[in-house]
Design a protein around this ligand. Structure first.
Ligand SMILES: Nc1ncnc2c1ncn2[C@@H]1O[C@H](COP(=O)(O)OP(=O)(O)OP(=O)(O)O)[C@@H](O)[C@H]1O
Ligand SMILES: [Mg+2]
Length: 323
C-alpha cells in the first residue's frame, strides 16, 4: 500500500455542536489512491463522503475536530497542516468539484477570468494563451459559445452551467488529484458522459488520480477501477470494481448493489437498504455502525469495531461476518 499518491489513514473526526453531543462523522477511515486511478466513494446520504473530501482538502468548517489520522498527498502531510501548506497543496496538487456547484465560484468575477486566474496561479503564461486555454476548457466541459460565455458572471449562468465551469476550473490547474463530489448530478446524460470522458482523458494523459464521490453505482462501475463503500462514517469495504459488484463481502455493499437500478431488471425488483443510517450524534452507537440494520449481525459487532482486513487481491472488508 505504500507509495500511493493519496494515503488516508485512520481519519477520525467529529463536529461539535453547542449544547449537544458531538457528531462522530468519521472513524478510522483508511484508503489509498494511486496516480492515474479513479476511486469511487459510495454510500447513502450522511455516510461521510463529503466530509472525507473536505477533510482531505483541509476545508472543514471550524466546528470540526480532527481526532486522529493522517492524510498524505504526494508525500505531504495535510492533516493538521498549516494554512499555507494547505493553500499550496490546493493550488498545486488538488482540483476540487464541490457538491454545491456555486460554492467554489467567485460571484463577482467573470467565469473565463476565474479560469485564467487559476491557470496563471499554477504556471504563469502570456495572457492570450491563458484566454485561449480557458475557452478550450469551457468547450471541453460542454459549454457552447465559450468565446462569449467566458464573459458571464456565475449568477448569469444556470446551475448546470456553473457545474461545468467548476469542473473546467478544477481541471485547469492540471491537478495530481481531482476530488469530484457528485460532479455530474443534474447534468443531462450526454454532458455527463462528456465530463467523465474529459476526466478519464486527464487520468490517462497526465496520470491524474480521481476521487469520485457519487450516489450512482452504475457510474461508479463504468468509470472507476476501485470502489470504496462508506456507511455512517466508517469505510466498510474497498475493492476493485469487478470484485465489489461481482462478489461484495460486506452486507451493506450487497444491499447497496441490490438497491441500484440495472439494465434489464424491472424497477419493482429493487430492494431498499433496510433501516436508516444511524444518527451520528448518538452516544450509544454500536461498534459496527451497520449492526442495527444487519441481518447477519453477530454479538461481537455491537462491542468491537471490525477493522478492514484483506479478503482477496486489493479487496478489504470491515465485517465480523462477511459474505
Ligand atoms: N458542519 C457540520 N456540522 C455537524 N455535522 C456535520 C457537518 N457536516 C457534516 N455533518 C454530519 O456528518 C455526517 C456526514 O455528512 P456528509 O455530508 O459527509 O454526508 P455525505 O455522505 O456526503 O451525504 P450526501 O450523499 O447526502 O452528500 C452527517 O451526519 C452530517 O450531518
Ligand atoms: Mg455529500
Amino acid at each position: 500500500m505504500s507509495g500511493a499518491l493519496l494515503q488516508v489513514r485512520d481519519l477520525s473526526l467529529r463536529f461539535h455542536r453547542r449544547g449537544r453531543t458531538p457528531v462522530h462523522a468519521l472513524e478510522g477511515v483508511s484508503f489509498d489512491l494511486d496516480a492515474g486511478q479513479t476511486l469511487a466513494l459510495v454510500g447513502e446520504s450522511g455516510s461521510g463522503k463529503s466530509v472525507t473530501a473536505l477533510a482531505i482538502a483541509g476545508l472543514l468548517d471550524p466546528a470540526a475536530e480532527l481526532m486522529r489520522g493522517s492524510v498524505r498527498l504526494a508525500g505531504i502531510e495535510l492533516a493538521g497542516a498549516s494554512t499555507s501548506t494547505l493553500e499550496k497543496a490546493r493550488r498545486e496538487l488538488l482540483g476540487i468539484v464541490f457538491q454545491n456547484p456555486r460554492r467554489s465560484l467567485n460571484p463577482i468575477r467573470r467565469v473565463g477570468r476565474q479560469i485564467e486566474d487559476a491557470l496563471q496561479a499554477r504556471r504563469p503564461r502570456p495572457a492570450r494563451q491563458a484566454r485561449e486555454r480557458a475557452v478550450e476548457l469551457l468547450a471541453q466541459v460542454g459549454i457552447d459559445r465559450p468565446e462569449s460565455r467566458r464573459h458571464a458572471y456565475p449568477w448569469e449562468l444556470s446551475g448546470g452551467m456553473c457545474q461545468r465551469v467548476m469542473i473546467a476550473l478544477a481541471l485547469s490547474g492540471e491537478p495530481a488529484l481531482l476530488i469530484a463530489d457528485e460532479p455530474t448530478t443534474g447534468l443531462d446524460v450526454s454532458t455527463q458522459a462528456a465530463v467523465m470522458d474529459l476526466i478519464a482523458a486527464q487520468a490517462r494523459q497526465r496520470g491524474m488520480a480521481t476521487l469520485l464521490i457519487t450516489h450512482d453505482l452504475a457510474l461508479a462501475s463504468g468509470r472507476c477501477q476501485r470502489v470504496a463503500v462508506m456507511h455512517a462514517g466508517h469505510l466498510v469495504e474497498d475493492a476493485p470494481v469487478g470484485a465489489l459488484f461481482g462478489a461484495p463481502s460486506h452486507p451493506y455493499s450487497q444491499h447497496l448493489i441490490q438497491a441500484t437500478p440495472r439494465h434489464g431488471l424491472p424497477l419493482a425488483a429493487l430492494e431498499a437498504v433496510p433501516g436508516e443510517v444511524p444518527d451520528l450524534g448518538r452516544g450509544d452507537l454500536p461498534a459496527c455502525r451497520f449492526a442495527e440494520r444487519c441481518t447477519r449481525r453477530i454479538e461481537r459487532a455491537c462491542e468491537r469495531m471490525p477493522v478492514l482486513s484483506s479478503t482477496g487481491p486489493g479487496h478489504r472488508v470491515a465485517c465480523w461476518n462477511p459474505l
